[in-house]
Write a protein that binds this ligand. Structure first.
Ligand code: HT7
Ligand code: ZN
Length: 844
């Protein structure tokens, strides 16, 4: 397969003035007629006229009305064209019903829908399918479907047809079409300058009752983007559609966002608090793309972080404003450590702006999205809030309508603030997680912190230069009072010292406050000092982190030395948990222990070979120990967590239920599932019902509850995804793979549906001890299914194959078994480019 390089960028030889598309819909034989005006691009080198096109049957092509016979290949067509402007007309046939890859035009439950990012439009018609080719689109949809939608504003409609016109030039990846038997949940929004916008969430009949929350989230997002970024919506209508078969979460097509139904449909009975929060965040994310992605798009796919990093950053700000800023920051740090750090520290490591790829779908990663957002957060910390706002205003002014680059983005900041960002740019080009070691010096009232940074080698990047690391630091005196409020130190050298004068006693440092940079801190810290920070730090992130680190140390000592749990830590934590002035959501996070996958990562980082069974056993022992030690505390917390009002997914209630879930998990270890059964029987919302079911499964008292749950929810796909996933996620490690195997034989296991496939096989891969079962049964089962899915849906297969990325961390036997699984996938006949690239990188 061909590798594409950032350095090879060349503009397309023509500009597209306008695109007219007509769709004659039929499941097996849809006709797509395109009329496109091309004009030579004065800024491009001379080149052959090439249009992308895949899996298209060409019926007819003409230039300026004269039939032409282009030369076709698997990737597209070339054709001799006039020197000046010309009209390209083309008719192709496609088969949406046969499209199982869920890219281009496909069918889901009888509904037509599209997914064009990144390179799906080329499966709809021949076109320069690249983000820097932008055009206005006019679309006519012909078919019997009652609802026919596309981008932009509605035009004429009549018996069997509907027309749409999108006045905003856009790249083809933002094109969308939906047609089917849909019903809408309508509303309206008046923008800051008085534009009256029609809003709709379109769903399958029967799902109308699950749209209200999403609609509120949409209106809040529209208002927030006006208030905080000054960005106003720019069409007369904004449509969202829920689709059951979808490779990812949602898609920001101009004026017609398409959502995985799991990311928009919500009701208290069928959705958990976590679902509600995720839906709110994803609706916001897709809406915010209207400016950061659509009005300003990417020049090429290497610039993906330009829209994704910024939009993730914006949605995180939104969530922090809507809910709790400290809780959101802790969750984001968990996400970075749990998902991005493993990527950055393994064979799939790549820069936030990659420099080459074979299949761009493989680069919709935690690095591009989450680290990309962290990079923007660092930029904001460095320049300050005011200059950040100035820079963003300049970005929107200067680049509205452009297909821009990271260079454009950084130049805006340089121009707005006068800063030189050439060193900062390394965050975009260097892969890997910087490790920062810290030493301290104290003499006569002067305290010195010395930082050393090293970024380990990553594939293709053996040597790294120092990066700009914004290090937020506070100092506490021995009484626990803050003597130095949060200060931002700018580390730019490989080794650099900072001094604080005039202190009356040697302080305790609170470093990397608010997770101010995506780095690993390496510092010898005594348990006493961590316990001190757990008790006194004013920074919520660091208070949480102090407890997490004590938890890590405690578990590692249990694993490697057979130690007993650290009671000093647990007592310190108990004091925090008893402090009812603290937000229950924060206390719920405090109650959590590091995940088993995270422990494996840290063990590996410290030169140990992680043993998944030993990690599981230590985590179990610690949980049992906590349950017994906190036997008196649990009822008190349970009482505080009780919600005495009708269900609402607001931050306050969500926090209480999260705390209650932590309590129930421990309580079940003491009462064998009595409280969980009672909660299961009386639950009037999915959060309580599912939490209780999870505890019952963990306690092995699940048979009746699982059957009752299935009976109650067998007709609800999204709830049944939870039923499938939970049985594996909460299973004991020695039975999970057999359960997964059995569930793949369940009549409701529809492996072609990505949500269901992920619930079962993704659930198994996410269960650390079960996935790494010593006999390799889980590796083998997953490999079997990936091999099977690859022919149908390469994108989902390749994404899921990434669960093998940590394979080199483990012992020889497990390594051999994982290597064998990867090699088996690699050897599959006609392996897709997507999966091929992923397994090759992992095996390199
Ligand atoms: N921009 C979108 C990314 C995307 C995608 C979404 C759905 C299915 C396939 C996809 N390929 C790429 C989603 C986002 O980041 O907002
Ligand atoms: Zn996005």
């Amino acid at each position: 397969p061909q590798t594409v390089y950032l350095s090879d960028y060349t503009p397309f030889g023509w500009q597209v003035q306008d695109v007219h598309l007509t769709f004659r819909l039929a499941p097996e034989a849809t006709r797509v007629l395109a009329r496109i005006h091309f004009v030579p691009n004065p800024d491009a080198p001379k080149q052959e006229f090439f249009l992308h096109g895949e899996d298209l049957t060409l019926i007819h092509a003409a230039i300026d009305g004269q039939t032409v016979s282009p030369v076709q290949s698997a990737e597209g067509l070339t054709c001799a064209v006039p020197d000046g402007p010309f009209l390209w007309e083309c008719e192709v046939e496609i088969a949406p019903a046969k499209n199982t890859a869920l890219e281009g035009l496909y069918m889901s439950n009888g509904m037509y829908c599209t997914q064009c990012e990144a390179e799906g439009f080329r499966k709809i018609t021949f076109y320069p399918d690249r983000p820097d080719v932008m055009s206005v689109f006019t679309v006519r949809i012909e078919g019997d479907e009652p609802v026919k939608l596309s981008n932009g504003n509605p035009g004429k409609t009549g018996e069997g047809f509907a027309e749409w016109h999108d006045p905003w030039p856009k790249p083809a990846y933002l094109f969308a079409l939906v047609a089917g038997d849909l019903v809408n949940h309508p509303d309206r929004f008046t923008t800051m300058n008085g534009r009256d916008v029609e809003l709709n969430i379109w769903v399958r009949p029967g799902d109308e009752g699950k749209c209200a929350f999403g609609m509120e989230a949409l209106k809040k997002s529209m208002k927030w983007d006006e208030d905080v970024y000054g960005r106003e919506y720019d069409l007369d209508i904004f449509n969202i559609v829920a689709v059951d078969d979808f490779n990812m979460g949602a898609m920001e097509n101009k004026g017609l966002n398409v959502f995985n139904s799991s990311c928009v449909l919500a009701s208290p009975e069928t959705s958990t608090d976590a679902n509600f929060e995720r839906i709110e965040a994803i609706i916001a994310h897709e809406y915010f793309h209207n400016w950061t992605g659509n009005r300003i798009t990417c020049r090429d796919w290497f610039q993906l972080c330009l829209k994704e990093g910024l939009t993730v950053f914006r949605d995180a700000q939104f969530t922090a404003d809507m809910r709790s800023a400290p809780v959101k920051r802790i969750e984001d740090a968990q996400m970075m450590r749990g998902r991005q750090f493993p990527e950055d520290q393994g064979p799939l490591a790549h820069p936030v702006r990659p420099e080459s790829f074979q299949e761009i779908n493989n680069f919709y990663t935690a690095t591009v999205y989450e680290k990309g957002a962290e990079v923007i957060g660092m930029l904001k910390r460095l320049v300050g809030d005011e200059d950040y706002a100035k820079a963003l205003d300049l970005y929107f002014d200067r680049h509205d309508g452009d297909a821009a680059t990271i260079e454009d983005w950084l130049k805006v900041f340089e121009d707005a603030t006068g800063r030189d960002l050439s060193q900062f740019k390394r965050w975009y080009s260097q892969a890997g997680t910087p490790r920062v070691t810290v030493t301290e010096d104290w003499s006569e009232g002067t305290y010195t912190l010395t930082f050393r940074q090293v970024t380990p080698p990553t594939p293709g990047q053996p040597d790294k230069a120092p990066q700009v690391i914004p290090m937020a630091v506070g100092l506490l005196n021995p009484n626990g009072d803050e003597v130095q409020p949060t200060t931002l130190l700018e580390i730019t050298e490989a080794e650099q010292s900072f001094t604080f004068d005039g202190l009356s006693a040697r302080p305790v440092p609170s470093l990397l406050r608010d997770f101010s940079a995506p780095v690993v801190m390496e510092r010898e810290v005594s348990r006493e000092e961590r316990a001190f920070l757990l008790a006194h730090d004013t920074d919520p992130f660091n208070r949480w982190d102090a407890s997490q680190m004590l938890g890590v140390e405690c578990l590692i000592a249990m694993i490697t030395e057979g130690a007993t749990p650290d009671t000093a830590w647990l007592d310190g934590l108990e004091r925090v948990l008893r402090d009812d002035s603290l937000d229950p959501a924060f206390r719920a996070l405090m109650m959590g222990t590091p995940s088993q996958a995270e422990l494996a990562r840290v063990l590996h980082e410290r030169g140990h070979t992680p043993d998944p069974d030993a990690i599981w056993n230590a985590a179990e022992t610690l949980a049992q120990f906590r349950a017994e030690r906190w036997a008196d505390l649990l009822p008190r917390l349970a009482a505080e967590a009780a919600v005495d009002a009708p269900y609402s997914p607001d931050a306050e209630q969500v926090g209480k239920r999260a705390l209650g879930a932590g309590v129930l998990a421990l309580q079940t270890r003491l009462d064998g599932g009595k409280a969980a059964q009672a909660q299961f029987d009386s639950a009037d919302n999915m959060t309580l019902q599912l939490t209780a079911l999870g505890s019952l499964v963990r306690a092995g008292r699940d048979a009746e509850a699982l059957a009752a749950f299935e009976e109650q929810w067998k007709d609800d796909r999204l709830v049944m995804d939870k039923w499938f996933g939970l049985q594996i996620g909460a299973a004991a490690p020695d039975v999970a793979v057999e359960r997964a195997q059995a569930l793949t034989q369940h009549p409701a296991f529809d492996w072609k549906n990505p949500n269901r496939f992920r619930a079962v096989l993704g659930g198994l891969a996410a269960h650390h001890a079960a996935f790494h079962r010593a006999d390799g049964a889980s590796y083998a089962l997953l490999a079997d299914w990936l091999i099977r899915l690859d022919d149908l849906n390469p994108q989902t297969t390749a994404r899921m194959a990434a669960v093998f990325q940590t394979w080199t961390r483990y012992d020889e036997d497990r390594r051999a078994l994982m290597r064998a699984a990867l090699e088996r996938i690699a050897a599959k006949l006609n392996l897709s480019r997507d999966t091929g690239e992923m397994v090759t990188r992992m095996l390199a």
